[in-house]
Write a protein that binds this ligand. Structure first.
Ligand code: NOJ
Length: 752
């Protein structure tokens, strides 16, 4: 016994010694790094410093040899980073000039939007969010990093962390969805995936958390539009994913195009300096979005380019993307005393720190043996797994999974569209490697007849309807592949009407008349309003834009070789007119309820105006969404029971546990995403009706049960109040363990 304790004490001492020495190594390493950076900056001319603040983005258009003017600018140290140089020969040539011929030999940083894959394309980020699985997000980022670093790119503009509550907004496709907790889990996973175990590795990328901040709150879902966000809302909802990314070590942050409460993000001292640097202790660098510095003129915040540069520099924006206000005006602004050289030194140091951490000074070139493993089997397997985990089964009248011996009519514009399947931001994905559902059906000998009926998602022609109907009549089941082409979501691609475009609804209605069951598989960048046709179909599977391996994933799900593993990361509206719509809204003084809902057709003609007894709802569609946040069906069913709370009251640093038993009631194995929500019932500022605070994905065999436990401490109950303090307030808290945000087992406790 005594010996064992002795060994234990010894090992504790060894562990604490090594922890101490690794801490002090880190401090020493940091001090050395800072000294290196200081020495370098002390010797740089102002032109070279401005060069480091410059991200040149025009070279993707370079055809033939690189222009001499560009090479000369690099030679003079006037460019610090490039966007979109996707040719390894050009990368090497430019890097060689920077390292060997520029005055200080500072390496260039090459960047690219690798958002959900470089060559092997994963589901769009909203799809990855539907996996509710950090490992899936991390896999997508790691595979992206390994592949794109083989062409010299060491910096990607991802993860996009804008909370999105409006499906009209095209960029909801790139977002982690509507919830700050889920988005924060994903933020950390993406950063870990891109940046790897060590940044100083030729397969690691600097991640870029974007768009800082509030971009998803664009009025009416109109891209680039104004965001009006109270400071508590900013801090409670929009900031947490960025804080998670910074805590996970994200090296760069991109400012957003929008203004927040009157001040464009790229010139916003409060968000860039106070929040990001002072509070979050961010020590990487901030890059603008594409021309977002000079767009401050359009916003009516900067008078001209020179003024824009002054505002951005003083707010702490380190690197200007593509516009040239820094290049043109920093020198004169210093001479005029409008900005200080100290501030410029601060910005330059932030950038050099990242370049050093990436190991670019020691290893500026792509190692000869690094081929990126493009489309490696492991990458494709991970992409397929992600597509399975992201797919959300929204409706199933016991039709899915199909038996292998049925005859299917494959109809619809997206069954065989490799380009559309990849989704937004996939400049590099190669269509010829994309496996469409039709490719997958061919490979696995599905008995099918394929008649598109519509040749693209916006097609309004009914000329092929009869052929589609004939194919349907000759089959047992219709698989309708509908949705949106890739170009209908993403940046600058908002829609006011989010129904299935073109004549898709008409074709579905015509097919429904055959009496054959219809499985609707949606590929789209946003929740699609399907209220017009939901009763005409027997099953709905949301596949998002599922990426390279989407076809195989869908084939496996449809025929029951895989489970649709996703849950909605956003509330799915009945119509776009309900947007913005999100589960973690406030209550209002007149919360909606079934008893008080008045459907407009029941109102008498000439009725007198009265608001008495009315609540917060729409006269035509009520107040519920089509599907709630967190929703998704399985091929089995789960029962939630036996909710337990470890204690009814907690205080200070106590931790409380809540648990429930989940039982697989069906006759096949299945995965469930068990969700944990709280509500702070009364607050010094009103609190949301529910807030996600935890989730766990569990796998249960048929008939098996598992107890799932969540812990709650004061930390989980905190929020930012009206005085911008992060507080937990005494009082009653409701808790739910649930399968989605509109249901669950409920109990409550008190915080004292
Ligand atoms: C504009 C987009 O808003 C941003 O997300 C992207 O990274 C940059 N352009 C660079 O392409």
């Amino acid at each position: 016994m005594g010996k064992r304790i002795g060994i234990l004490i010894l090992s504790i001492i060894i562990i604490s010694c090594s922890a101490k020495s690794s801490d002090s190594n880190k401090v020493d390493g940091n001090t050395k790094l800072e000294t290196k950076i200081d020495d370098l900056v002390a010797n740089m001319t102002i032109e070279e410093k401005i060069g480091q603040l410059t991200l040149r983005g025009t070279s993707s258009r370079v055809k033939g040899a690189l222009p001499d003017s560009l090479k000369q600018a690099v030679r003079e140290g006037k460019i610090g980073a490039f966007l979109n140089v996707m040719n390894l020969d050009y990368v090497n040539e430019l890097q060689q000039i920077a390292v060997e011929e520029s005055p200080k030999g500072i390496p260039l940083m090459f960047s690219r939007d690798v958002i959900h894959g470089f060559k092997t394309i994963f589901p769009i980020p909203l799809g990855l969010a539907a996996s509710w699985d950090a490992e899936t997000a991390k896999n997508s980022a790691r595979v992206s990093a390994v592949e794109v670093s083989s062409v010299g790119v060491r910096w990607t503009f991802s993860p996009m962390l804008d909370i999105a509550r409006d499906s009209r907004w095209g960029r909801i496709a790139e977002s982690p969805g509507e919830d700050p907790f889920l988005a924060s889990v994903l933020a950390k996973a993406y950063v870990q995936g891109y940046q790897g175990d060590s940044l100083n590795n030729h397969t690691s990328l600097a991640a870029c958390a974007k768009h800082f901040i509030g971009y998803g709150a664009a009025i009416g879902g109109r891209d680039y539009n104004t965001a009006i966000i109270s400071e508590p809302l900013l801090r409670n909802v929009y900031l947490p994913p960025f804080a998670a990314a910074v805590n996970a070590g994200a090296q760069t942050i991109m400012t957003s195009f929008n203004e927040v409460n009157g001040v464009p993000a790229s010139g916003n001292t409060f968000i860039l300096d106070t929040v990001l640097r002072d509070e979050l202790k961010f020590d990487g660098f901030v890059v603008s979005d594409w021309e977002s510095v000079t767009e401050m003129i359009n916003h009516g915040y900067a008078a001209d380019e020179k003024h824009a540069a002054e505002l951005a520099v003083n707010a702490g924006l380190d690197m200007e993307m593509t516009s040239k206000s820094y290049e043109k005006y920093i020198k004169v602004l210093i001479e005029e005393g409008k900005i200080s050289e100290d501030q410029i030194n601060f910005l330059v140091k932030n950038i050099l720190r990242v370049k050093f951490k990436l190991g670019l000074f020691e290893t500026p070139y792509v190692p000869k043996n690094h081929n990126g493993d493009l489309y490696a089997e492991d990458h494709l397997n991970k992409a397929e797994d992600a597509a399975v985990k992201s797919s959300v089964l929204l409706k199933n009248n016991d039709i899915l999974p199909l038996k292998r011996n049925v005859k299917v009519a494959v109809i619809g514009p997206l069954a065989s569209k490799p380009h559309e399947q990849l989704g937004t931001w996939t400049f590099d994905g190669d269509e010829t490697h994309t496996v469409t559902p039709i490719d997958a059906f061919k490979k696995s000998s599905v008995n099918y007849d394929f008649v598109e009926g519509l040749s693209y998602s916006r097609d309004n022609s009914t000329k092929n309807f009869n052929a589609a109907i004939a194919a349907a009549k000759a089959s047992d089941v219709i698989l309708f592949f509908g949705g949106e082409e890739a170009i209908l979501s993403g940046e600058a691609h908002s829609r006011s009407n989010t129904n299935l475009p073109g004549a898709q609804e008409d074709l579905i209605k015509a097919l429904a008349k055959t009496g054959k069951p219809i499985v609707l598989i949606i590929m789209a960048g946003r929740p699609i309003s399907i209220s017009n046709i939901i009763n005409d179909v027997d099953a709905v599977l949301m596949a998002w834009h599922p990426g390279t391996m989407g076809g195989i994933a869908i084939e496996k799900i449809i025929f029951g070789d895989a489970e649709p593993g996703g849950r909605l990361p956003v509330t799915w509206p009945i119509t776009a007119g309900q947007s913005p719509i999100f589960y973690n809204h406030k209550s209002t003084g007149r919360p909606p309820k079934a008893e008080s809902f008045v459907q407009m057709d029941s109102i008498k003609v000439g009725a007198w105006q009265s608001s008495l007894g009315n609540t917060s709802h729409y006269l035509d569609i009520g107040y519920e969404p089509q599907f709630p946040f967190g929703y998704g069906l399985s091929y089995t069913t789960f029962e939630y029971s036996d909710l337990k709370l470890s204690q009814n009251t907690i205080s200070n640093d106590e931790t409380l546990t809540v648990s429930a038993t989940i039982t697989n009631m069906g006759n096949r194995e299945g995965e469930e995403v068990v969700q944990f929500y709280i509500q702070d019932v009364v607050g010094s500022i009103t609190r949301p009706v529910r807030e996600l605070k935890g989730f766990e994905r569990i796998l249960l065999k048929s008939g098996a049960s598992q107890e799932v436990t969540f812990k709650i401490s004061a930390q989980d109950l905190k929020f930012v109040n009206n005085t911008m303090k992060y507080v937990v307030e005494p009082g009653l808290f409701n808790v739910w363990i649930a399968s989605n945000a509109s249901t669950g087992l409920k109990t409550s406790f008190n915080y004292k």
